[in-house]
Design a binder for this molecule. Sequence first.
Ligand code: MN
Ligand code: MN
Length: 347
Amino acid sequence: MTGTATAGRAGCRACVEPDNASNQGRQTHVNDDNRPGDFSEPMMYPRYTGIPTFMRTPYAEALDDVDIGLIGVPFDGGVTNRTGARHGPREIRNQSSLMRRVNQATKVAPFDLCRVCDVGDTMIRSPFHLESSLDEIERAFARLHAAGVVPVAAGGDHSVTLPIFRAIAKHRPVGMVHFDAHCDTHDDYLGSKFHHGAPFRRAVEEGLLDPHRTIQIGIRGGVADIDVWKFSHDTGMRVVYMEELFERGWRSVIEEAREVVGDSPTYVSFDVDGLDPVYAPGTGTPEVGGFSTIEAQLMIRALSGLDLVGGDVVEVAPPFDPSGNTALVGATMMFEILCVVAQARAE
Ligand code: MN
Ligand code: MN
């Protein structure tokens, strides 16, 4: 395995191979004695073979030749109830071998637009210490950011988006299109400021997230306190409860989302519990009555053309996902986000 991406397959704009729209008919890299060859081109292999990187992209340790880094964040120390999202990146990698090269609906071919690599997982050496774990996650994303690599991440619970923002929004706040059943703007819980129900309150307090350029879509479920999402409303976030999405339809809501975030740098955060649990049961905090997978895909695709500076899919919890379907759904949403982020990165 090479340390750096091989530019050809990954679709470096400077050296796109003429035939890389399709792998069909191309030879796999196998030596005479049938050992696997250069694994920097995993898409050359049958889909069920090899080491499962995200979407079978090349694994890259060095970041010199990477435009977009697909990165795992195996941390769920911020979960308030059912743990398991720490196993999300590995299962999303596995299911993501089902992704292909071109988005049939939009014709976007992200691997031709940008050099896309799996840049591994954020190393978390102190998982028993929540705040130092968040620091470690921040450092991993700061390294990507310093190298000009746009992150598309797989969590992990939703607490991981705060350190991502600390890395990529340090010099100016970002806007956000946020898909979730929960606003995640709660306050302290059981003595901790940091947990998966509070990242966006902390992000606003730290000047990383512009609440006036934030829209939260799919909010629902029972609450312990009717004012639980008061912070979102008080700071000017646009909160689209599930009932409004159902009544208005996805297209109208996403048109408003585009107005809310405008032309400035924007992040896409996709909590799989925004989906109805019939589509994504394998998550820590399922809430019935959510949007569907096709609605989610259409909404993400409709973000095309925005100044997207990164995204994530969080809260896939494989221990609650015996069929693997939630991880497949997570991988698919990650691919949809990759497509619109690649369009932005290519411009
Ligand atoms: Mn969330
Ligand atoms: Mn949620």
